[in-house]
Design a protein around this ligand. Structure first.
Ligand SMILES: [Zn+2]
Length: 88
């Protein structure tokens, strides 16, 4: 689970989940839609990924049979432009 301290909590905010990157799932080789922290639903590992890069290839993220499919979900989006995603 992504972590923060009482001192860094102020840098996190809840945002509307209407954008597809909050609801879509991604797998090996898919293109990262927005920069942020992604959590694998199979093994619970988290990665930071940059918009436009591919998600990790199979040889960099392997699962046991029990862990099933590699399914990445966005859990924290990073504000790479520093404009609060255009939200006032
Ligand atoms: Zn995984």
């Amino acid at each position: 689970m992504a972590g923060y301290t009482s001192q860094t909590k102020k840098y996190l905010q809840s945002v509307a989940h209407s954008k597809e990157w909050w609801t879509d799932s991604y797998t090996i080789g898919d293109t990262v839609p927005v920069s942020g922290i992604y959590k694998c639903q199979g093994c619970n590992k988290e990665i930071t990924s940059n918009e436009g890069d591919p998600f990790p290839p199979q040889n960099k993220h392997q699962h046991t049979v029990l862990q099933g499919e590699v399914v990445w979900k966005l859990i924290v989006r990073t504000d790479t432009k520093g404009d609060n995603f255009g939200i006032k």
